[in-house]
Design a protein around this ligand. Sequence first.
Ligand code: ADP
Ligand code: MG
Length: 260
Amino acid sequence: MSRIEAEAVTVERAGRAIVDGVNLQIESGQLVALIGPNGAGKSTLLSLLAGLLRPDGGSAKLDGAALTSIDRRKLAQVRAYLPQNPRAEWPVSVERLVALGLLPQLPAFGGLPAHMHARVAMALEAADLTNHRDQPATTLSGGELGRAMLARALVGDPEVLLVDEPLAGLDPRHALDGIIRLRALADEGKLVIASLHDLTLAARYATHVAVMSGGKLAAFGPTSLTLTAALLRQVFEVDACVTGAGTPTATVDFVPQAAL
Ligand code: ADP
Ligand code: MG
């Protein structure tokens, strides 16, 4: 059982609070969709909760320990983080790129243990990348690279998973595959936080929704209660039509003001 807590966390940049007094508690079994307009502070909050950024005020904790004080290797063994717009920096094969996700669990010496080969093969298959395994990662299409990077985050079977726009650039089938996978992980008892712009997928698959707006947490709660047209109107400044939030057939449509 894992628990992430943010207590009044604040991050200041250029004289402005880009994350502003956020209080949040997230537990294993939850898939939290982190939503909000561009610049709302989603990526900054995710890197705080991943323990990669020290807050200027307040504290962010994993299982009661300040995230920035946890031994880096121990932290890497329990939580995976996928940054927004990840890049393949050099031309390793797709298989090796995915295998890099096992780095925190590697024994210090010797070859790759046999069960790790099996994990990489499974992760490639789940990302529909088996046919690309020997291709240089630098030559993948944008969506393929996104899937490879998500596979790298998942290959170590982390207890805590923080993923920043993991579905960006994915076609409908692979976006669905990805979000269904994230929900299955939560149902298995993992703690999953994903920033998402596809609000229909958030409405269908997220157990909870956290809404950022101007650095503040505008709302947090179960999807069915939280993802409302009124909230979307307030936060995104568009009119929205929400049906069946929290159910597998939910939809979120944005409609012109005059249509309501
Ligand atoms: P989101 O992921 O919700 O789009 P971010 O967390 O990336 O938002 O950024 C939040 C806000 O903070 C944005 O307006 C961004 O321009 C600003 N910001 C982020 N880092 C810095 C920085 N180092 N200096 C100044 N502004 C920053
Ligand atoms: Mg972002």
